[in-house]
Design a protein around this ligand. Structure first.
Ligand code: HEC
Length: 165
C-alpha cells in the first residue's frame, strides 16, 4: 500500500503538469460548481419525474379507475391487489349484445408492448396502435396530454412482472 502512494503522486504530478500547462483556464474554472450543477440536474429531473408519477398513480387509481378492468379479480369478484394492472378477463357484459365488445383488458404494469406515444394516443384520442378505435368496454378518454403523460410515467414505473401466456 505504502509503495503505491509515491507512484500515484508521480502520476498525478505528471498529469497535472501536462494538463496545467495547456488547460490552465479550464482548470481554473470552478470545478466543484460544475460538478454540483451536473449532480443537481438528475436529482431535479428525478424529483419532477416522481411528482409526475405520483399524479399518474392518482389518475389511474382514483379518476380513470383503470384497475376496474385491467386488474384480475379474485373468486369473490374483488380486485386482486397482488396482481395490479397485470391484464384481466372482462367481467362485465353489455345489456344489448355488441359485436366489438372486448373480452380482455391487456396488461398495463410496466406498459409492455406500447411506446409512450401509442399509449398517450389511446388515452387522448381513444385510438389504438393499429389505428382503430379502442373497443368497449374500454372508455374513449379524451385526456389532456399532461394527464396522459403522467399516467404513462406511472405505468412505466411499475414492475412488468405479469406472467406471459
Ligand atoms: C371498463 C373497463 C376498462 C377501464 C376502466 C379501462 N380500460 Fe383500458 N382497456 C379495456 C379493454 C377491454 C381493452 C381492450 C380494448 C381493445 O383491445 O380495443 C383496453 C385496452 C387498453 C389499452 C390498449 C389499447 C390497444 O389498442 O391496444 C390501454 C393502453 C389501456 N386500455 C389503458 C387504460 C388506462 C390507462 C385506463 C385508466 C385510465 C384504462 N385503460 C381503463 C378496458 C378498460
Amino acid at each position: 500500500m505504502k509503495a503505491t502512494y509515491p507512484l500515484a503522486f508521480c502520476l498525478l504530478a505528471v498529469l497535472a503538469a501536462g494538463f496545467g500547462a495547456t488547460r490552465l483556464s479550464s482548470r481554473e474554472r470552478p470545478a466543484p460548481a460544475k460538478a454540483q450543477k451536473t449532480a443537481q440536474k438528475p436529482a431535479a429531473a428525478a424529483a419532477g419525474n416522481q411528482s409526475q408519477i405520483d399524479r399518474g398513480k392518482y389518475l389511474v387509481e382514483n379518476v380513470g379507475m383503470c384497475e376496474e378492468c385491467h386488474t384480475p379479480r379474485d373468486s369473490n369478484g374483488n380486485i386482486d391487489e397482488s396482481r395490479r394492472l397485470q391484464g384481466a378477463a372482462i367481467w362485465i357484459m353489455p345489456v344489448h349484445p355488441m359485436t366489438n365488445w372486448a373480452m380482455r383488458a391487456p396488461a398495463l404494469a410496466g406498459l409492455p408492448g406500447f411506446t409512450d406515444a401509442e399509449a398517450e394516443t389511446v388515452l387522448e384520442q381513444g385510438v389504438g396502435p393499429n389505428g382503430l378505435p379502442i373497443q368497449p368496454p374500454m372508455h374513449i378518454y379524451h385526456m389532456a396530454p399532461a394527464d396522459a403523460q403522467a399516467i404513462v410515467a406511472y405505468l412505466r414505473s411499475m414492475p412488468d412482472t405479469y406472467p406471459r401466456d
